[in-house]
Design a protein around this ligand. Structure first.
Ligand code: B12
Ligand code: SF4
Length: 495
């Protein structure tokens, strides 16, 4: 069968396409796991900005797919629905399959929009079985993890148990299936690689627990190295390890670093997401090893520097440093010091605008980011489907915005006890632009050509909506902020 797999073009504030255009790891993994006689094409629509509609029309004409799959996050829902309508209008009989965190966690939202099938949870085996059933004309009732339309009714099959990633059943991603070009992370071709899936923590804002429960499974390191090699052969110079929480097993992570060095794959740059506690507790040996293996940017899930907020986010345990099993307080500064000492940059993930946040608590986090992190990745709590945080915000009546296309993390859609959503976002926006600017000299040292070439565009993105008066601090910038919000609303119309 001819299969076209699409990821959505929607991006959020901290990932402007001028600097970051990453492949969607799910789609190449699905492409690698269907039976080999299918002709699969993967199109990451982040690569076709400003031309989304034309690109999809062209792909449908050229590839003539019988099945079109969509990978969707919650803030991409509106775009996905528009694309479903477009694809349907171009090919009325095509089978439309949805997957990813939004359809999987809130399938009801897609029942009236022209989709036929929804894959909940991990997709490789479910999608493979679905294509087999299409070919053989079989019923779908035995395919676990599938929700589907049968005449006028939607049926939910039982959930598929999470995969243990053993026995090679999940094969390597198929990167050759990608039909669009131009992946980049700060000017270098980037690819994504998984080494494990799952997490045993239960942060209240994270969709992963709702999506797959609390568990952690790993691929063999041989498979991981082969995957990195494959990404490299397909042109990647930077690898983003997309594991939910690679630092859950520090010994294994250390072994991975040793294996990367031994295989000579440390000439590539690596980006990874890590827990502060793991880096703080093992930084003495782990951080130098990570640097030797090629790690350059580490996304730290700091979440918040205040204990009350960490309680709400259920992120205290993962941010606690320990010695001989005893708590030594917040791990963040210690983790940052280890990373800085070993020439790695810290992308600081913080969440501000929690239910009891005041101006002072937000300002404390912003001041922390300004002082300690290299690249701020500050977000607002966002009520994604089914998370414990969503229940709490709903219970308190604090959700002020139901437009899910604005659930991108940097648009405040919930208020706190003391502040409006607008005020929360304004405070973050006002400070964060300047913190980003602080990183320019370091970014220049890391990638001089990229910065020289794209600095004006990056600056224009970061400061869009601003006037000279606002930039010079001659007023409070609220008018600039409103202009920025208007521009942001217009940017969300991808087609
Ligand atoms: C890596 C990652 C990123 C990376 C890379 C994204 C990329 N291009 O791949 C970066 C850092 C850029 C990123 C950014 C964001 N991310 Co992110 N990210 C992840 C993470 C950690 C892993 C995703 C991954 O690649 N997994 C590996 C692949 C193989 O698995 P998978 O994606 O789960 O896909 C499987 C199934 O979902 C299913 N499936 C998926 N698509 C499809 C399609 C079809 C047709 C089928 C059949 C099946 C299927 O099958 C796949 C294989 O089993 C997840 C999860 C987590 N723990 O936090 C969050 C996650 C997906 N991100 C999330 C969010 C919100 C964002 C941001 C909006 C903000 C943020 N929190 O950073 C931005 C927006 C990005 C943008 N477009 O601008 C949320 C989504 C929540 C939701 N309900 O939508 C998650 C779940 C994290 C969370 N907060 O809970 N992210
Ligand atoms: S540690 Fe990370 S992956 Fe694990 S539950 Fe918390 S946010 Fe999610």
């Amino acid at each position: 069968m001819n299969v076209l797999l699409l990821s959505m073009p929607d991006y959020f504030e901290h990932m402007p396409p001028v600097a970051v255009r990453m492949p969607n790891g799910a789609l190449s993994s699905l492409a690698g796991n269907v039976d080999s006689h299918h002709r699969v094409a993967v199109a990451d629509l982040i690569l076709s900005h400003g031309r989304v509609q034309e690109t999809v029309i062209r792909l449908i004409r050229e590839l003539n797919p019988e099945v079109v799959g969509f990978s969707v996050m919650t803030f991409q829902r509106r775009t996905a629905i528009r694309l479903i309508e477009l694809v349907r209008s171009l090919k009325p009989g095509v089978k439309i399959v949805l997957g990813g965190y939004d359809p999987g966690l809130e399938p009801e939202a897609y029942r009236e929009v022209g989709a036929d099938y929804i894959v909940r949870g991990e997709g490789e085996v479910t999608f493979r079985e679905l294509l087999r059933a299409f070919e053989r004309g079989q019923g779908l009732e035995d395919i676990c993890g599938l929700t589907y339309r049968n005449g006028g009714r939607w049926l939910d099959n039982p959930a598929r148990p999470v995969h243990h990633l053993e026995n090679g059943e999940i094969r390597q991603p198929n990167r050759a299936a990608r039909v669009l070009k131009g992946y980049t992370l700060l000017g270098r071709q980037v690819d994504v690689v998984e080494t494990s899936r799952g997490c045993t923590f239960d942060c209240s804002f994270c969709s992963i627990i709702q999506a797959r429960g609390r568990n952690f499974y790993t691929y063999s390191l041989e498979r991981v190295l082969e995957d990195i090699r494959d990404a490299h052969e397909h042109g990647a110079r930077t690898i983003f390890l997309v594991d939910d929480n690679i630092t859950l097993n520090v010994r294994r992570f250390e072994q991975l670093c040793h294996r990367i060095i031994a295989a000579g794959l440390n000439k590539l740059d690596y980006f990874v997401q890590a827990m502060t506690s793991a880096i703080a507790n093992h930084g003495e040996t782990l951080a130098p090893l990570m640097h030797r293996a090629g790690f350059r940017y580490v996304f730290l899930g700091i979440e918040n520097i205040l204990q009350g907020d960490l309680e709400f986010l259920r992120a205290r345990a993962k941010n606690t440093a320990r010695e001989n099993g005893c708590s030594q307080g917040n791990a963040t500064i210690s983790a940052i010091k280890y990373l800085h000492r070993n020439k790695m940059y810290v992308v600081g993930g913080l969440i501000v605008g929690n239910p009891d946040d005041t101006s002072q608590s937000i300002q404390a986090n912003l001041a922390f980011a300004k002082r300690y992190v290299d690249w701020p990745y500050i977000q607002h709590p966002t009520p994604y489907p089914g998370t414990p945080m969503t229940d709490e915000f709903r219970h308190r009546g604090y959700i002020t915005n139901q437009r899910v296309e604005e659930y991108d993390g940097t648009t405040a859609v919930v208020r706190s006890k003391y502040l409006t959503a607008q005020e929360i976002e304004y405070q973050r926006w006002k400070a964060e632009r300047w913190i980003k600017l602080q990183h320019m000299p370091a970014a220049f040292r890391h990638d001089p050509w990229f910065v020289l070439r794209y600095a004006p565009q990056m600056f224009a993105h970061t400061f869009r909506g601003c006037t000279l008066r606002g930039l010079l601090g001659l007023d409070d910038g609220r008018k600039d902020f409103e202009r920025y919000q208007q521009i942001r609303r217009e940017e969300r119309a991808y087609l």
